[in-house]
Structure formats: structure tokens, C-alpha cells
Design a binder for this molecule. Structure first.
Ligand code: GDP
Length: 896
């Protein structure tokens, strides 16, 4: 027996619901409605009640089930043989006399009742055998229902008694007295009864099956939060046949689900969207979930397990850009479909191309899904997060120190002294032109120095330097005190929250006045420790080396206090210090590794460019294979030069790297466009107020990006109310023909900072009468522009190239180290004039000639078209095809 509703029970016993309800009420049970559930216990109570009503004692309860066996009940739901055995027993009791007359009487009564019921149902004579069906409960209840009909049956029982004289006779006996006609009628009646009963039985079996299924569904839905399948099996045990069917139904459902998964999922399950990405686990999840769902829906609907037909609507995440193939995958449709849709929208793309957010979201909408726009930097953040997750244990890392201070206060000399190598000698104009980095092994451990230039033009670069740095060493000349760039450096360090250590330099000088310096610093809220403040001060001399150890000590102590930590494990992360494009080698990028270890072969994403590290060299030009935290390296392998200050991250997924790089370059492009339109707007506004604001147009080419950026900023800063400056074209590398064309068409000044025009550009410039200016010193460039702006372009001294010689061959010379066999291609090469060495039209060295010869003879000059031999003072790395340029500082007339 299982829990069922009154209606179901009524159905299964084949009685009207009202009747059953009446009996239920009589039995003292609470159910009053057709849909009320009657549990097994209550069913038991009901059975007992009914038995009592019909005078059956409890002991006989089990035996009543036997009755069922004698009828067609055996066929119901494949009932077991156990019931049959019991049936035989009852008959035996009827057949044989028993020693206990009381029991016999009771048995006789029960039997008579059963008989009477059977007869009444068959509307036949009392001689008809009891033909009952259904289970014990069923039988008992049916008996109860026949109560009224057989109300007069006690008479029959009495009759039996009377006849038998106390001896119970077999019920069948009346048969023998019937006539042939009676027999025929009875048989027909019996056949009819059997037929109706067979129909009823089938119906009951079918209904029982349905009910079992239903119950199992309910059970499954009730327990499916756990492992649904396991619970379902418990139910199976109770109803083997139905369980088999249900099992089949489940199997069917599994197969269906599998097919759906294979097809790419039309499932109603929202989470199945993840399947494609998360694989097996989600498939299983989807499967379980499907059961739950199928079973639940089937509660109101006889047959669950139908295939979900509704189209799945996905939430599709779209970053700033998305690769077409990825977009298709996210919507679980073929790439072809996406490309088709894009074509309809007028976008011709292939599956590996990235499309931007706007177009992607249109496509997603077109496909009937929901576009979810995600943050611009989501992909980057994700990459960083991934890198962070893989980091191992943190350990102490060397400090990164930036030396800052006013120009000529001795930054380079100090660094140089620390490195014990000459750097200042090769520097043009006495200032460092771009950021370099040096990692120095001192007795106190490794310290990494970032060398930043001192000119105001490098403000942005300096501020970046301060961000990448742990400690700022502020160099102040003891004889000069706090100067504008000293103040600026203090601001940068403060803005970046970087601790400052003051190095009062040039202490060897007689005019040195450290107290004055300290006074001036205090006025800027830099209070030295000896005056009760928190800023450590070292008095040093880059020339004599005095106090340098103290300074290094202070740096080490400060670093220790800061507990600088990094992990050597995991993907390297760092910052671009400087980048330049080398014609032969591609982009050469200086990177400061900040965390993890950078290896040759790593896929590096730096700003908007990415590529594999082909080779790495340290600051001494030595090839290295790995670089850990706080180590600066020069990296080859990026396709183009990233910006100084760009973040560097090693990634292992090229697709992701491309996605992020594309997103970043798009962002840059966007910014450029915005700037350009802002500029146009600005021009428009100014021309509205005042007609014809004179503008100096500039086309600017530089050797490295750092200089380009710095110069651009400096040039824009020059603009005044009366005169504007516009850099209409800029780039890194030699001046090309297109630069000249641009300068010509926009009436711009063409400026080269540490770069030269290539041959075709020069030709074109000559033809079009375009003036190309070359500079190596930033002040001169800016002063020139300033002069041009104020309409008095007349630099007292301007560089003029006197002659160019091309290196044809390099040979070893015991006297000079390296000597070059050259052909003078332009002008005249003078022995006593300053020279520069150019490689791919980029200045790589400047200085003077050590020697100039025609054959064996030392000569003063060599003219174009002639060969000569020369050696450059202090430069041994000369190569074939390098150019030697001889120049002069000349006084020229203003031409602009
Ligand atoms: P930077 O522009 O800050 O890098 O300064 P430099 O290192 O180029 O030095 C500027 C000038 O100051 C050079 O001529 C150096 O020789 C000189 N100088 C630097 N340090 C010292 C020092 O400790 N003592 C003296 N007497 N001169 C110094």
C-alpha cells in the first residue's frame, strides 16, 4: 500500500468516491475531500474498520487477501505466488470441519458474507463462486461496500447453519441443483462478469502504473536536491513493474539530454550555457538538473521528459573587442552564422578578427541573445589576476631607486660613481636623454637604479619613474641648492607616495654649503633627520666618491624598512622603462621586471603590443636567459615599441594577449581621435574669437618613444595665446619621404631629434625646398621652436652637416682598436670637426675623429667621392654601412 488520494483509492477499489468518503468518516479518519491523501496507516485503519463492521476479526485480515487469489487478482500487476498459497488455505477451512465450533461459525459467517457479496455483484444466485479482484485492501473494502446489499445475508448464513446442522458445507454445492437453462444463464452471467472484470482489472493496472509513476516523480522532485537518481531507486523497490517503466523513461530522458548536449544545447537550463566552456562537469550538472526539471514539470502534466523546445537565450559577455570565433562560441552557434550576420551589417571579417563591442552587441541582439557589456579592462584584470594566483611564496626583492634632481646637479655622475663606469662622457649636452636602468650589486645587496632625465620636458616620464620606483634619491648640488627641477622631483615623489633620500652632491667643492641646501629643503617640507624630520640625508661627492657608501647604506635601510616583497614564481609582470625601434632588430624594449621571472621565449604583452621574447640582454649588453624581480632587461621580440610606463605581463594564451592588445590599441586610437577632435574644436573656438592665430606646424621624428612623448608635451606647453604649436605628424625612426610630404603639404617644420632623413627623404626635401632640422639637445630644439613662434627664428648657432662618409669595411687596428674604410658620399669630412655615427639613420654615437687618412697619409679633410680611412675616438663598435657625419655649429640667418 502506498499513500494515495481518496479518489485514487476509490478508483482502485472500484467504488464511488462518496461511498468511500462515508466509510472513511465512519472509520473516524479525517479525510473529507476526494483529493485528501490517505496514508498507508490510515488505509490500514480503514480496512480494520470495514472488517469490524462485517464482523471479521483481525486475525483473519491477512487471510482475506487469499480471496483475491481465487479470482483474477493473480494477474494484477504480476502479483506474487505468496497470495495464491494463502487462498488455498481459506478454502481448506471451508472444506474441513474444525474442532472449534466457535471458529467454524465465524469462518462460516465470513465465508457467507464473501459469497453473498460475490453473488450480489454478479447479480447471480448465491451458488456463484466469489469472483473478486484487487488486493487485500481492495477486497476488504469491496466487501464492506456490499454490506448493504447483503444485509439480509445473515439469513443465508443461518440457512447454511440450519442446513448443515452446525456443519459447514462447501459453498459450491448449490451448483449441482441447477437446471441446464439455469446453468447456461449462470455461465453467460459469469462470462460477462469476467469480461467486465478483465476490463476493470486492466484499467486498474494501468492506473496503478500511472500512480506509481506519479509518486516516483513526486519523490524524485522532493529529493532531487541531493542525488535524485538514488532516491528514485528506493521507490523502484516498492513497485518493480512501474519502476522498470520509470527506469526506461529515465533512460530515454538521458539519451534525449545527451543528444541535446551534442547538438550544442537547446536545453531550457540557463546554466547549460557554460557547457561549452566548462566541459564535462557542466554536462553532468545539466543532466541532473534536467531530471529535476523534467520531473517537476511533469507534476502538472502526465508525461514529463519532453524535449525542451524553447530556444535558449544566453547572456553574452562582450569586452571592448571580441574575436568573432569567441563570440560564436559564447552564443553556441556556428562561426559561419556570425560572419553571415556581420556581412549583412556590412562588416567583412574573418573568424579570427576582433570586432568591437558595439558591433558585437548588435550581432548578439540580432541572434536573439542578451549582450552583456563588460568593463574595458576586464580581460586585462583577468590576466593579472591569473598571474597573481600562480605566484608562489614572496621573498625580499631589491629596491628600485630613481635618482632625481635638477640638471647638472650630478645625477649621472653619481650613478656613474656607483656603477664605477663612465656614462656621462657619451651623453649629449650633459643631460640624460631617456630613461635607462641599471642594476647594481653593492656590498649591501642589489639596488636597481632608474636613470631619468632632468629636463622639464621629461615631466611625464619622471612621474612614471616615480611610480615604478620604491625610493627616490634626490640629488641637490651643495653649491647650487634647491632649483626648479628639485622642487618638481619632490612633487613627483610625493604624488607617488615614494620615500625620499636626499643626496647633497659636490661636497668636494669649496663653495659647498650643505646647510643652505637643508634649509631650502625644509622650506619644501623635506625635513632632514638631523633636524628632527624623517628624511635621511647623505653628503656625497660623485667626484671623490666620499659619502657614497653612506648613501647606499641609507638606501638599504630604507628598503629594509619597506619590506619589499616579490615572488620569483609565476608569470613575469613589470613595466616598460623605455622602448625604441631598431631597423634590424625590431623593437628594443627596456623592461623592469617587478614580479615573477621573465624568460626567453615567454609571450609578453606590453601595452598594445605582444610577442615572444627572442633575446634578453642586461644593462651591460650581456645576454641573459631569465630576469627576476627588480631586474631591468632589454628585450627583443616585440613587433613594435610600447610606451614607456606601459605595463608588461607574461601571458600563456596568445588569443587572450591579442584580445587585450587589440583592446588597448583601440583605446589609444580612440584617445588620439578624441584629442584630435578636441584640438580641432580648440582651433575653431580660437579662430572664432580671433582670426588667424598664427600656428607653427611641426613634424617631429625622434629616436625613442620616450623622447617623442616628452618633446611633444614640451612643444604643446610652448603654445601661447598669440601663437599655437601643432605637432601634425610624429613618430620614432628615420625621417622618411612621407614625413617630408606631410611637412610640405601642411607647411610644417620638419624636426629630427637624434634621427636623420633617409636618402629619398633628403632628395625630396631638396626638391621641395623643405628645411629639415636635426637636434641632439632638447633645449636647442625647444628654443628653436620658441624662436620660430615668436617670429625670430634665428638660432645663433645651428648645426650644419658638412659631410657624410659611409663605412665600407671595418678592420682591426692595433693603435685605434677599430678603423673604418669609408667612402665620402656627401660634402667634406673634416678631421677636427665634431662627428656622429649613424646606424640606419639613427644617431648611435657622437664624439670626434681620432684619425683621418687618405691611404697612409694623415689628412685634414676628404671630399665627396673619395675613399678614406678613419677611427672614431672612444668608439670601437663601428660596423659596415654605418655613416659618419661631420657637422659644424654655424651661424645662420633666420628663415622662418
Ligand atoms: P646631471 O645633469 O644631474 O646628470 O649631472 P651630471 O652628472 O651630468 O653632472 C653635471 C656636472 O657636474 C658635470 O660637469 C660633473 O662633472 C659635475 N659634477 C657632478 N658631480 C660632482 C661632484 O661630486 N663634484 C664636482 N666637483 N663636480 C661634480
Amino acid at each position: 500500500m502506498t499513500d494515495k488520494s481518496i479518489k485514487e483509492l476509490a478508483q482502485s477499489v472500484g467504488r464511488p468516491v462518496e461511498k468511500l468518503l462515508e466509510q472513511v468518516r465512519d472509520a473516524g479518519l479525517p479525510q473529507r475531500g476526494a483529493d485528501d491523501i490517505i496514508n498507508t496507516e490510515q488505509q490500514d485503519t480503514l480496512v480494520k474498520h470495514l472488517k469490524k463492521v462485517h464482523g471479521q476479526n483481525e486475525g483473519n485480515a491477512g487471510k482475506i487477501t487469499l480471496k483475491r487469489k481465487t479470482t483474477s487478482t493473480a494477474k494484477v500487476a504480476g502479483t506474487s505466488g505468496k497470495a495464491k498459497t494463502i487462498n488455498v488455505e481459506v478454502r481448506k477451512k471451508h472444506t474441513f470441519n474444525t474442532p472449534d465450533p466457535k471458529q467454524i461459525a465465524a469462518e462460516a459467517k465470513a465465508k457467507a458474507e464473501l459469497e453473498a457479496k460475490a453473488q450480489s455483484e454478479a447479480k447471480s444466485s448465491t451458488a456463484a463462486p466469489a469472483q473478486n479482484k484487487a488486493s487485500a485492501t481492495l477486497e476488504a473494502m469491496r466487501a464492506a461496500h456490499t454490506k448493504e446489499k447483503v444485509a439480509d445475508k445473515p439469513k443465508a448464513a443461518v440457512v447454511v447453519k440450519k442446513r448443515g446442522g452446525g456443519v459447514v458445507k462447501p459453498v459450491q454445492t448449490p451448483k449441482s441443483f441447477e437446471t441446464a437453462a439455469q446453468k447456461k444463464a449462470r455461465q453467460a452471467e459469469e462470462a460477462k462478469l469476467r469480461a467486465t472484470e478483465e476490463v476493470a482489472r486492466r484499467k486498474a493496472a494501468e492506473e496503478a502504473q500511472q500512480r506509481t509513476l506519479e509518486q516516483m516523480r513526486q519523490m524524485a522532485s522532493k529529493y532531487s536536491n541531493d542525488d535524485g537518481a538514488a532516491k528514485i531507486r528506493v521507490v523502484d523497490d516498492n513497485t518493480p513493474l512501474a519502476a522498470g517503466l520509470v527506469g526506461q523513461a529515465y533512460e530515454e530522458s538521458f539519451k534525449k539530454e545527451d543528444r541535446e548536449i551534442k547538438r550544442g544545447g537547446n536545453s531550457k537550463d540557463g546554466r547549460s550555457q557554460k557547457r561549452g566552456r566548462n566541459g564535462q562537469e557542466d554536462q553532468n550538472f545539466g543532466r541532473n538538473n534536467h531530471h529535476k526539471r523534467g520531473l517537476k514539470t511533469s507534476q502538472g502534466n502526465k508525461h514529463g521528459f519532453e524535449k525542451p523546445v524553447k530556444k535558449q537565450i544566453y547572456d553574452v559577455e562582450i569586452g571592448e573587442t571580441i574575436v568573432v570565433a569567441d563570440l560564436a562560441q559564447k552564443m553556441a552557434i556556428k562561426v559561419r552564422e556570425v560572419i553571415k550576420t556581420l556581412m549583412k551589417m556590412g562588416e567583412l571579417v574573418n573568424q579570427n578578427q576582433a570586432i568591437d563591442q558595439e558591433i558585437a552587441s548588435l550581432v548578439v541582439e540580432e541572434m536573439g541573445h542578451n549582450p552583456v557589456l563588460v568593463s574595458d579592462t576586464a580581460a586585462e584584470d583577468n590576466l593579472l589576476e591569473q598571474a597573481e594566483q600562480k605566484r608562489g611564496e614572496q621573498s625580499t626583492r631589491p629596491p628600485v631607486v630613481t635618482i632625481m634632481g635638477h640638471v647638472d646637479h650630478g645625477k649621472t655622475s653619481l650613478l656613474d660613481r656607483i656603477r664605477r663606469a663612465k656614462v656621462a662622457a657619451g651623453e649629449a649636452g650633459g643631460i640624460t636623454q631617456h630613461i635607462g636602468a641599471y642594476h647594481v650589486e653593492t656590498e649591501k645587496g642589489i639596488i636597481t637604479f632608474l636613470d631619468t632625465p632632468g629636463h622639464a620636458a621629461f615631466t611625464s616620464m619622471r612621474s612614471r619613474g616615480a611610480k615604478a620606483t620604491d625610493i627616490v634619491v634626490l640629488v641637490v648640488a651643495a653649491d647650487d641648492g634647491v632649483m626648479p627641477q628639485t622642487a618638481e622631483a619632490i612633487d613627483h615623489a610625493r604624488a607617488a607616495g615614494t620615500p625620499i633620500i636626499v643626496a647633497i652632491n659636490k661636497m668636494d667643492k669649496e663653495s659647498a654649503d650643505p646647510d643652505r641646501v637643508l634649509n631650502e629643503l625644509t622650506a619644501k617640507q623635506i625635513v632632514p633627520e638631523q633636524w628632527g624630520g624623517d628624511v635621511a640625508v647623505a653628503q656625497v661627492s660623485a667626484h671623490t666618491g666620499a659619502g657614497i657608501d653612506d648613501l647606499l647604506d641609507l638606501i638599504s635601510v630604507q628598503a629594509e624598512m619597506m619590506e619589499l616583497q616579490a615572488s620569483t614564481e609565476g608569470a613575469a609582470q613589470g613595466v616598460v622603462i623605455e622602448a625604441r625601434v631598431d631597423k634590424g632588430r625590431g623593437a628594443v624594449t627596456s623592461i623592469l621586471v617587478q614580479n615573477g621571472t621573465l624568460n626567453v621565449g615567454d609571450l609578453v604583452l606590453a601595452g598594445s603590443s605582444y610577442g615572444r621574447v627572442r633575446a634578453m640582454v642586461d644593462e651591460n649588453g650581456k645576454r641573459i636567459k631569465t630576469a627576476g624581480p627588480s631586474i631591468p632587461v632589454e628585450v627583443l621580440g616585440l613587433p613594435d615599441a610600447p610606451m614607456a610606463g606601459d605595463e608588461v605581463l607574461v601571458v600563456n594564451d596568445e588569443k587572450k594577449a591579442r584580445e587585450v592588445a587589440d583592446a588597448r590599441s583601440d583605446r589609444e586610437r580612440q584617445k588620439r581621435l578624441e584629442r584630435a577632435s578636441a584640438m580641432r574644436l580648440e582651433n575653431l573656438m580660437s579662430s572664432m574669437g580671433k582670426k588667424d592665430v598664427p600656428t607653427v606646424n611641426i613634424v617631429l621624428k625622434t629616436d625613442v618613444r620616450g623622447s617623442l612623448e616628452a618633446l611633444q608635451t614640451a612643444l604643446y606647453d610652448l603654445a601661447t595665446e598669440e601663437v599655437k604649436v601643432r605637432v601634425i605628424g610624429s613618430g620614432v625612426g628615420a625621417i622618411t619621404e612621407s614625413d617630408v610630404t606631410l611637412a610640405e603639404s601642411s607647411d610644417a617644420v620638419l624636426l629630427g631629434f637624434n634621427v636623420r632623413a633617409d636618402a629619398t627623404a633628403r632628395q625630396k626635401a631638396d626638391q621641395d625646398d623643405i628645411d629639415i632640422r636635426y637636434y641632439s639637445v632638447i633645449y636647442q630644439l625647444i628654443d628653436d621652436v620658441k624662436n620660430a613662434m615668436s617670429g625670430k627664428l634665428a638660432p645663433e648657432h645651428r648645426e650644419t652637416i658638412l659631410g657624410v662618409a659611409q663605412v665600407r669595411e671595418v678592420f682591426h687596428s692595433s693603435k685605434f682598436g677599430a678603423a673604418a674604410g669609408c667612402m665620402v658620399t656627401e660634402g667634406v669630412i673634416h678631421r677636427n670637426k665634431p662627428i656622429r655615427v649613424l646606424r640606419d639613420d639613427v644617431v648611435i654615437f657622437q664624439g670626434e675623429l681620432e684619425s683621418l687618412r687618405r691611404y697612409k697619409e694623415v689628412v685634414e679633410d676628404v671630399r665627396a667621392g673619395m675613399e678614406c680611412g678613419l677611427a672614431v675616438k672612444g668608439y670601437k663598435d663601428i660596423k659596415a654601412l654605418d655613416k659618419i657625419e661631420v657637422y659644424d655649429i654655424q651661424i645662420v640667418k633666420r628663415s622662418l
